[in-house]
Every structure is written in C-alpha cells, then in structure tokens.
Design a protein. Sequence first.
Length: 259
Amino acid sequence: MCGRYASSVRDAEVVDLLDVDEVVGEELPPSWNVAPTDDVRVVLERPQRDDDGVGAAAAPARQLRTARWGLVPSWSKDLSTGARMINARSETLTERSAFRVAAARRRCLVPADGYYEWQAVPGQRRKTPWFLRDGDGALLTFAGVYELWRDRSRDDDDPGRWVWSVAVVTTAAHDALGEIHDRTPLVVPPGARADWLSTTTTELEEVRELVASLPEPHLVPHVVGPEVGDVRQDGPHLVEPRARDDGEQDSVAGTGGPA
DNA sequence: CCAGACGTTGTT
DNA sequence: GTCTGG
DNA sequence: CCAGACGTTGTT
DNA sequence: GTCTGG
C-alpha cells in the first residue's frame, strides 16, 4: 500500500519532467517522510476558463499545486474524514461513493522519490521498513484522485475555504514486490501520464480500462532504518539502505524483493 | 421512508 | 451527494 | 503507514 | 483493543 513516502523533488524539476504549465502556491520543503494529512504537491489538469463563453475551450492547463493527503469528500462535515481516505483501491475506484466522481473527473499525479512499506516478519516484534524506488532512480508518479471541499466555517472571501485533498490509488502487488506487501501504489509510467490526467476521459468505463492498462512498475526495494516510523523524523538519511545484522545488504536489484 | 455510512490495511 | 440497511 | 493516547474534576 | 494525530 502506500501510507508513507518520500518526495524531495523540487518544483522546477517537476515542471520540467511533467510539462507543467502553471505553478500554483508555494513550493513545499523536501520531505523523506510524507505522512497522511500532510500537504503534498500534485500535478493535474484543469479546463481553461472560457471567458466569453463563445470560442472553443482552450487546452487544459497542467498545474502543479498543493493538496492535503487524505481525500476529503465534498459532503464531509469536517476535514477529519480525509484521514481515513489516504488510499483508494483501483479495483473499486469507480464504485466507491467517496472516490467515484473524482475518478471520473479529478485524476492527478503524485510525484515521489519512492515509498515505504512495513513488512511483518513472523516472530519479529517490529516490522521491517523498506524503501522502494525506481530501478534507475527516476521520479515516480503515483496515480491519484483529488477532491475539493468547501470549509463552511470560513468566509466566502477566505482563500482557504476550498481545501484540495488527494488519495493515492493502490493495486495488487505481485511477485517480488508482493513478498514485502500485497498492495502497492498504482504507478503511472511516463507514457501514460497524459492519459491519466486527461480531462476528456470522464467515463467510468474508460477509467477502468485506463487503470487496467497500466503495467506493473519495476521497483527496487531496500531495508531502511526504523526511524522513518516516527513522523517527526525527516531527512535523506531515512531512505539510506540499512545493512542487516549479518553484514549482508538487504536489497535485491532488478526484480526486487526479499529472498 | 429515514438513518447512517461513505475507506484501507493488516492480523488472527 | 448518493448508496445501503433496516 | 506508525506512534501514542486512551479521562475527568477542579484548581495554584 | 481502537482511535487520533501526523
């Protein structure tokens, strides 16, 4: 699944790699310990306002902006609903009332260096944290769906009355990846990013096909230190490979996964 | 009809 | 808002 | 996801 | 055990 990840990539690089047209809001500090309810940067496409209502609609603007991790449905009474909606299963994405509309009309990409998994080892008290990233160290983009929630406790002219929030789509993990965990974020490869963001793909059936068409990512896992469990800890040291007690490095290249 | 949920993961 | 359960 | 709290009354 | 906060 995806309950913690790292995103240290700067806005400028996201703009460059993902062909962003418009940067909205302030850049966030890099984080190697992004946790639920944290603000994160996301990339999405918004249809351009057609001011005179006459001409053909302009191409959608691809934006980089901030959203809170944990999707807050529009009908929520308060923000706390979002804390339970950090992930959306790809298998039921187009069915669940909390995600269905967002799946059709509000898909986004979540840029990440990689993500963490905690592996339960039989007989071991503490779970083992792993960090998984692209084999070439390339930027990952998780499939996301976002929502806008109106905070009724704020004035109409308060810019903070609209809260943008996001859920990371998850899918089944197979093979080596599945040995660490049976769920994994849905990773959108470079060639599928435009389709995932497309504002003209609004039919649920199309979205289902799109999800099904995404290939399994080739990720490389390695064991990291336990410090990442504490959300107050941060820094690049969190993703550093941690040697095992026997000195052997607990990392498998290429196919990935523990022995 | 109204009331209440609306989500995922992991663990046993 | 919309679906499910009663 | 993990870590940490989990409660009320009455008060210096 | 279960919920909340981050």
